[in-house]
Design a protein around this ligand. Structure first.
Ligand code: ATP
Length: 327
């Protein structure tokens, strides 16, 4: 099966082509970078409108042959962006006369790790811009075992760097500054299996305002926030008795987060896998890969039922594409 995927939930106007016969994935992405501040939904949507036709055309040229299905991110994400990417996907599926597949963006982040690792039933830590949660699979659905009670982890880091005056995205800048930092105390907030970032970010902003070196605050932010994610991921492994962990989402590009998760897994005899960076950040490759699995399972949608859902949760999705998905 040859599937064309379209991603447009926030900053990445992306299209990809995936062939199940060769397992080859080819991704074209045009990134929106705000000139100042964070992501402005209206500007991001304008970027989608301008960039999606070109990335789709480049991907169709690359595919150089028939397409069997079109998959797109139905949500979660920014409504104005989702609507443009969704319209493009519907138009393309209609003009090629092929089935349309509506993919949950957060399940795509989780499934690309399972796909690339070959793990059977891993716990998934999704550490992305607008989200943060730990997923485990049981009885035909991914269950949210733990999640943020306020902002996504990347968005929290980006808010801190905006306060400091650094340009978007903030995560890579925090990672670089942290190399020269030392630890200062910040609130560590894990309640049950959930975590919260807003108090930590307020404390981090207050710390730089009180002239604590920004490198020290960046170092401590990484140790605190990633320590929280690692603790909840470990508890999820223990709860599910799984010995496999995969990472998803743009914050997963951070080497310190991956190091903490690697150490935790080694200490408990579990295996850890993080996909390549181009599969961690938003990309249409993961949409095409999960879209192909769904299409093979017959999990396609009619255009009339394909409206986007900015609050689409991973546990809203009945899983049709996994073996024993009912059990
Ligand atoms: P979602 O997938 O929830 O819709 P998103 O659309 O914001 O999130 P992602 O590509 O998953 O997109 O993640 C982007 C986030 O990753 C940004 O907040 C960015 O600061 C963060 N990020 C990127 N690189 C790093 C890094 N090296 N360290 C920490 N954070 C990073």
């Amino acid at each position: 099966m040859r599937v064309l995927g379209i991603e447009g939930t926030a900053w990445a106007a992306s299209a990809a082509y995936y062939d199940t016969a060769t397992d080859e994935v080819s991704i074209e992405t045009d990134a929106y970078l705000p000139e100042s501040g964070g992501i402005h939904p209206r500007e991001a949507a304008e970027h989608m409108r301008e960039a999606i036709p070109a990335v789709v055309e480049a991907t169709l040229n690359e595919a150089d042959g028939p397409i069997d299905a079109v998959a797109f991110s139905r949500g979660p994400g920014l409504g104005p962006c989702l609507r443009i990417a969704g319209t493009a996907a519907r138009a393309l599926a209609g003009s090629l006369d092929v089935p349309l597949v509506g993919v949950n963006h957060m399940l795509a982040h989780a499934e690309i790790g399972r796909h690339r690792s070959g793990f059977a039933s891993p716990v998934c830590l999704n550490a992305s811009g607008a989200n943060a949660h730990v997923l485990g699979y049981t009885n035909g659905r991914y269950r949210i075992l733990g999640e943020t009670t306020d902002t996504g982890v990347g968005n929290a880091l980006d808010k801190f760097t905006r306060h400091v005056g650094w340009s978007h995205p903030g995560g890579p800048k925090i990672e670089r500054a942290a190399e020269d930092g030392e630890y200062v105390d910040l609130p560590y907030v894990v309640t049950g299996m959930d975590f919260s970032f807003s108090g930590i970010m307020s404390a981090a902003k207050a710390a730089v305002d009180e002239d604590i070196p920004v490198e020290d605050v960046c170092f401590s932010l990484q140790e605190t926030v990633f320590g929280m994610l690692t603790e909840v991921a470990e508890r999820a492994l223990s709860l599910t008795r799984s010995s496999e962990l995969v990472l998803g989402g743009g914050v997963g590009q951070n080497a310190r987060l991956r190091e903490m998760l690697t150490t935790m897994c080694e200490e408990r005899g579990a295996e850890f896998f993080a996909p390549e960076a181009h599969f961690l950040r938003d990309n249409a490759g993961m949409i095409a890969v999960l879209g192909a699995k769904m299409a093979v399972a017959g999990d396609t949608i009619e255009i009339a039922d394909s409206r986007v859902d900015s609050g689409f949760r991973p546990d809203d999705v009945p899983v049709t594409w996994r073996e024993n998905s009912g059990g």
